[in-house]
Design a protein around this ligand. Sequence first.
Ligand code: 5MM
Length: 338
Amino acid sequence: MSAAELETTAKAMVAEGKGILAIDESSPTIKKRFDTINIESTEENRRAYRDILITAPDCNQYISGMILFDETIRQATSDGTPFPKALIDQGIMPGIKVDTGAKDFANHPNEKVTEGLDGLRDRLAEYKSLGAKFAKWRAVITIGEGIPTQACIDANAHALSRYAGLCQEAGIVPMVEPEVLMDADNTIETCYDVTERTLSTLFNTLYQQDVAYEHTILKTNMVISGKQCPTQADVQTVADMTVKCLLNTVPASLPGIVFLSGGQSAELATAHLNAMNKTYPDLPWPLSFSYGRALQEPCLNAWSGKTENVEAATQALLHREKCNSLACTGEYSADIES
Ligand code: 5MM
């Protein structure tokens, strides 16, 4: 694949009014999600659920790509069409999660470093042959007493950069995801400081390793109050501080930035994205979404593992996709929720 094709893929991922649906839960995470609706995490149940997400009619109006898990990229729809082909037939790009998970970081209690570089060159070649156009790697940065350490941020930035270089070599667009977790009791100001330090380290390291910014997509957290913080910043403050942080750290040549939802409610994740795009329509990059939970939760609950609920689940998914599509251009209003 030429540089021009990488550029085309990256731009298409963040085409106006479109975002990415993250359905790349690893086996332990999808089990956690299924536990909430009392469904056993069997291979067939995972396939049936992902079938709903992948084949929702006309979702290509809102969705440019979906991130798959290794098992999912090898599965097929109920009528036997391989999932990657079912996506490509709708004009949606298949993506793939290529990290192998966040593991304990040696000598650094309560911190994680993401693994998955061993054999990655060969795995990327296989995923490409299966139709993958982009690949995601998630690093986890935890806020707490004395953490994150710079050592943890550096180790994760280094791994992200090595994976991103291998992706571009393979003709696959890297979607680099450094996630500052929002589960603690920190203020929004602490989230700002940690996110700024994480992103500036990441882009310096990408530069040192000659990763082309113009063929890279950033998937990041919003700058937000920790879930347990007694004072929760309002929507406009989240929008203002997130945009300020991105302007201070992200090169203008990046084709686009997408957000993870990180445990925000579905409606709040949409409202935050909308406020950013409404207040700041002339940023150097499109701001879009790559939510997992904030797109899937209403759909998963509506489905509850029952065939007779597939239509309701599909409608719940399409509704969230439409809301977030509108938020990409600042045209969302909470009125359309009712
Ligand atoms: C969909 O979940 C993804 C996979 O997570 P695990 O490897 O932990 O199973 C996850 O990387 C996801 O893409 C991002 O965290 C964004 O999802 P949310 O739910 O935070 O929007």
